[in-house]
Design a binder for this molecule. Sequence first.
Ligand code: WQD
Length: 337
Amino acid sequence: MKNILVTGCCGYIGSHTVVELLNNDYNVIGLDNFSNSKREVLERIKEITNKEIKFYECNMLDAGKLETIFAENRIDLVIDFAAYKAVGESVEKPVEYYINNVSSVLTLLSIMKKYNTKSLIFSSSATVYGTPKEIPITEESEVGKTTNPYGTSKLYVENILQDVYKSDKNWNICILRYFNPIGAHTSLLIGDSPNGIPANLMPYITKVANKELDCLKIFGNDYDTNDGTGVRDYIHIMDLALAHIKALQKLETEKKGFYIYNLGTGKGYSVLEVVNTFEKVNNIKIPYKIVERRKGDIARYYADVKKAKKELEWEAIYTLEDMCKTSYDFMLKNKGE
Ligand code: WQD
């Protein structure tokens, strides 16, 4: 299974996964529409790996363009990252989120079926759990009570994939539920650099560190957590990328199936703990102010990671300090670009 199509290949998680695919001698065909990424990432990937990918600029809603990729390349497996991912934005723009995050996958699946490519790794999210009944969250925890259209869009796709698998057991599908990916590649050539004002915590903090933004707004400190600020399971992007290689190897070697894994560290940190750690490891002050809660947010979640450890033989190894250090160093190395 050598030819891998990576959608959203220039994005934060996509680009780090492409690097690991190339390091593991897979052939990568990539597509991106640069809605939240930059073409320059392709050069950075080449600089890191000394290898190139076959790239198509393509919006996944463009069925004709997407089909061309399958007509021109034998695709053995697809890793689908291409999606909008900001919780707050999704509350403001639900229709855009459902079109972009759900319709694009339906287009992809119909073309995959036509070309008999039935192996798929799908980039899902811990937000499918909504407000969890128990913590840490296992893959068997209840899903469905999502609190924002972003999470709901991911849940819809998970349900679609389950129906596809039930309709034809020749499909081989792995759903990866990411917790909160942060950090940058050890080369500092790729990292999280969203276009515009960041929606997510860490890229916002790094812009404050770089004085591009004057102050971090902490969305609420009245949650039922140790310091009142939201708790999340932050996972280093390098750990997350490696987990995709493990998932790919599982789809390559085991019997066809429908698999779901949480990808986190199993530890939860509050916003203030992240800020304090960032300040400590980078010897910098991050001014912040407490503001009202963000719509769609929940108080706390972190993963039970036993299943991925057992079945993928994978576990996260990087620390919150590593995540804060590489995030800051990536910003320093690339500021002004
Ligand atoms: C983290 C914490 C905020 C920004 C979502 C998706 C998840 C993943 C990451 C794809 C929360 C607080 C944030 C800020 C703040 N997406 N915060 N001020 O919403 O937990 O997860 O993005 O990979 O799938 O669900 O991430 O970084 O936006 O928020 O106080 O300016 O930081 O309230 O407690 P989130 P986030």
